[in-house]
Unconditional design. Structure first.
Length: 241
């Protein structure tokens, strides 16, 4: 993730912030100098991505397209905190598929939370979730299991996390960026219900209403062997009737 993207994601998750708050956050997690962080922030202001408010505070420029966020609710926060306590060295990404609804044409009867974690931890994480919930927990489910057990029920799917997936931390919880979701709907078995015309609608809505990093999208699509599919869905003629 570039420094510009780090600053953008920080602003997205924190709202209004000071230069000192930004520098402290970035310096604590990444190897960038204070002067370089300030310079990049000023560049983002000059480009119109950020704007300076009163008393040296900064925020995202609301005139630009917003970033789509799979924002964690209290249930997801609680689940993540429980898992991170048990598995402090495991990488996670968690979201609920209801966050797709603003992008969709049809409203499906799907109640599903998806937990991505390091591949070696899928079984252990699944067992840990089973111990704290009455919901159906499905580790790396196949089509048969999904068709016969999942749809119409409240379930938690546990899948391997693809390395270098586009992820943003919101309220302390790692959540998928839109670029990840747009590729995952073309790959993951539990998201098969949005294939076909619905995926066309989702891509069209995403491109029209939300800010996308096309390079990030294509890079992640390449990691999941969906380059050609994504490239086609990004072409305007794809949506011609």
């Amino acid at each position: 993730m570039s420094l510009n993207e780090i600053i953008y994601e920080y602003a997205l998750g924190h709202g209004r912030f000071s230069v000192r708050e930004l520098v402290d956050f970035v310096s604590d997690k990444y190897d960038y100098s204070s002067s370089y962080i300030v310079k990049q922030l000023q560049d983002l202001v000059a480009k119109g991505t950020m704007r300076r408010t009163c008393r040296g505070m900064y925020e995202l420029n609301i005139a630009i397209k917003p970033r789509f966020s799979a924002y964690p609710d209290n249930d997801i926060k609680s689940l993540y905190n429980h898992l991170k306590e048990q598995f402090p060295f495991v990488n996670f990404c968690i979201w609920n598929v209801r966050d797709l609804l603003p992008l969709m044409h049809d409203v499906p009867n799907v109640r599903m939370t998806i937990v991505y974690c390091d591949k070696v931890a899928v079984t252990a994480v699944s067992e840990a979730i089973v111990s704290i919930t009455d919901r159906l927990v499905l580790p790396s489910p196949d089509e048969y299991v999904l068709e016969n057990l999942a749809y119409g029920r409240e379930v938690i799917v546990v899948n391997p996390l693809i390395s270098r997936s586009p992820i943003v931390t919101l309220d302390g919880v790692p959540c998928p960026r839109l670029e990840k979701i747009l590729v995952d709907i073309l790959c993951d078995k539990e998201l098969a219900y949005v294939r076909g015309m619905e995926s066309l609608y989702i891509y069209a809505t995403a491109l029209e209403n939300y800010r996308l990093n096309i390079k990030t999208l294509k890079r992640y699509a390449s990691r999941r062997n969906r380059d050609a599919d994504v490239e086609e869905l990004l072409q305007p003629e794809t949506y011609d009737s």
